[in-house]
Write a new protein. Structure first.
Length: 339
């Protein structure tokens, strides 16, 4: 995250900041959350099991993986599976992506019949297979269509609607202020701003000064996103940059304790116990993933990244043939393996 000195050099002052503790309450529309830390939608990761792990470790809110508006509109089973939730997930946020206002509205209508509390619109994904269809971050280059999508989704549901944005297309085309204004005017309940452009992808540094300026320009809550890798960084971002909440993405993979003031446990036993709990949740809620064990092993192996001997441990995980083999490995051998 850029330093406050670097990012505030052009503004010259920090007046009108909105200091907030990460542990303080936060509201989106009529929904009040326990704290100001949000798990980002992560394709391939943010299923129900991972969301529950992050919520149990301290996140105040967790957003689903991106959900195709076409898949919902046409009732595709694989897409509908992404709407899975449970009572332990007190607030369920379903994130839609698409480029056609009518289809996005139809998808939002489908969500009306499911246990969905907040509808989020993705205008931030930079992945080519999404943007080549005009969806995700490509909408940062088409304010008219983006505004039509926001309006269509809000008109199709009574649930709070939020929008996830990037700061623009590239450094010479910063469009977030126009789109943030449109979202505010059209009735969005909140916006998330990832402090990178579409062209940046996930490279370089997030520009938190732009996030601060967006917050000052709208009347709705602004969630800041980009480069946050610890609870304490999140608390600093809330205090120094004035956003209402902070979204954490890639740093939570294999480290759900990023949402906790105490951080990652120093004991391998505690880490292994959480990995086992995660595996149990996957088995409970995502039986279909047992046919794709590679996806599961990828998630579980991330818990041991950075430890001495982690490469050997990851190899043992990847050599497991079945989910039961993986559970046995974690249960019987982790206590004796020195990280």
């Amino acid at each position: 995250m850029p330093s406050s000195t670097d990012s505030f050099s052009s503004a010259g002052t920090k007046e009108n900041r909105c200091p907030a503790a990460a542990s303080g309450p936060f509201s989106i529309g009529t929904i009040t959350l326990g704290n100001r830390l949000v798990l980002a939608p992560l394709a391939g990761y943010s299923n129900l099991a991972f969301r529950l792990i992050c919520l149990q470790c301290g996140a105040g809110l967790a957003v689903s993986e991106m959900i195709s508006s076409h898949g919902l509109a046409y009732g595709q089973k694989k897409t509908l599976n992404l709407l899975q939730t449970c009572a332990d997930e007190n607030v369920f946020v379903a994130q839609l992506f698409g480029a056609e206002p009518s289809i996005m509205a139809e998808a939002a209508t489908v969500l009306n019949s499911h246990k969905v509390d907040i509808v989020d619109i993705n205008m931030g994904c930079p992945v080519k297979k999404v943007t080549k269809r005009g969806a995700g971050a490509a909408l940062m280059a088409d304010i008219t269509r983006a505004s039509e999508i926001i309006d269509a989704v809000i008109s199709a549901t009574s649930k709070p609607v939020t929008v996830k944005l990037r700061v623009g297309v590239h450094n010479d085309q910063i469009t977030v202020f126009d789109l943030a204004h449109q979202a505010d005017k059209l009735g969005a309940a909140a916006i998330t701003v990832h402090g990178r452009t579409w062209k940046q992808g996930f490279s370089g540094l997030a520009d938190w000064d732009i996030i601060r300026r967006v917050k000052r320009s709208v009347s709705i809550p602004v969630i800041g996103n980009g480069d946050i890798t610890s609870y304490h960084q999140a608390a600093t971002a809330l205090s120094e940059w004035g956003c209402d909440a902070v979204m954490i993405g890639r740093a939570a993979i294999g480290n759900p304790w990023v949402f906790s003031p105490s951080g990652t446990p120093p004991e391998s036993a505690a880490i292994t116990a959480t990995a086992l709990h995660h595996l149990d949740l996957i088995s409970r809620f995502h039986g279909h993933l047992t046919h794709s064990p590679g996806l599961i092993k990828n998630q579980i192996s991330r818990y041991f990244k950075g430890f001495a001997g982690a490469s050997t441990w990851r190899r043992r995980i990847n050599e497991s043939s079945t989910i039961n083999d993986l559970r046995t490995l974690l249960t019987n051998h982790a206590e004796h393996y020195k990280f």
